[in-house]
Write a protein that binds this ligand. Structure first.
Ligand code: DX5
Ligand code: ZN
Length: 219
């Protein structure tokens, strides 16, 4: 029984509230990509966007921090209304202090890894996190095709989570579309994240509804 997370990076930001309201009935989370121009080349979104959007919806806000030294942003993001924060394992020398800081700030916490990082690298931290996000593209841009190399990585992560008897959510981020979503679920993903697969479609609400059914295992 999985869920759907809509990545607002793919929305028309001039009409963000309207776009969020249009897909809200079909999504379990909004995914907010935060980029600092260092960890990834672009600069995108941030606490001001979280704060502006917070009164618009009750749906969970999940921040995906593509930044160096992520922990310095946790307090302001929490204050702005973020519910769950994920940061990249590649961005920190050691994730434990940042995990503890996110918990201290009252947020759920997740780790994200790029396609080039071995899945086993997250094993020591699985017990301490709520979600594990596997990138299926190079982080930084919406609209890239999903790399099929993510499927065996999802399977490996699924085995690790199950073997440890944990309930860690397993998220896939990048290039998720109606055509490939079932393969991601079959490989073990419990949360599908989509930007262009929702907001780039002629009927974003219809696309979200279909993706949500696939995530739930109902289609
Ligand atoms: C990219 C972001 C993704 C992005 C996904 O760095 O982390 O969340 O919004 O976009 P699509 O679904 O279009 O690949
Ligand atoms: Zn993301």
């Amino acid at each position: 029984m999985g869920s759907l997370s809509a990545s607002i990076l793919g929305a028309d930001l001039a009409h963000l509230a309207d776009q969020v309201k249009a897909v809200e009935p079909f999504v379990d989370m909004f995914h907010i990509d935060i980029m600092d121009g260092h960890f990834v080349p672009p600069i995108a979104l941030g606490a001001v966007v979280v704060a502006s959007l917070r009164p618009v919806t009750q749906v969970t806000f999940h921040g995906h921090l593509m930044v160096d030294a992520p922990a310095q942003y946790f307090d302001e993001l929490r204050e702005a209304g973020l519910d769950i924060v994920s940061f990249h394992l590649e961005a920190v020398p050691e994730p434990a202090p940042a995990i503890a800081k996110a918990r201290g700030a009252g947020m759920g916490v997740g780790l994200t890894i790029n396609l080039g990082t071995p899945v086993i690298a997250v094993a020591p931290y699985l017990e301490d996190i709520d979600d594990l996000m596997l990138m299926s593209i190079e982080p930084g841009w919406s609209g890239q095709p999903l790399s099929p190399s993510v499927y065996p990585r999802l399977e490996e992560a699924r085995r690790m989570i199950d073997a440890a008897g944990l309930q860690v959510a397993l998220e896939i981020d990048g290039g998720v579309k109606i055509e490939n979503a079932k393969a991601a679920v079959d490989a073990g993903a419990t949360v599908l994240i989509a930007a262009s697969g929702i907001f780039g479609q002629p009927d974003p609400a219809g696309a979200a509804e279909q993706l949500s059914m696939i995530a739930e295992g109902a289609a």
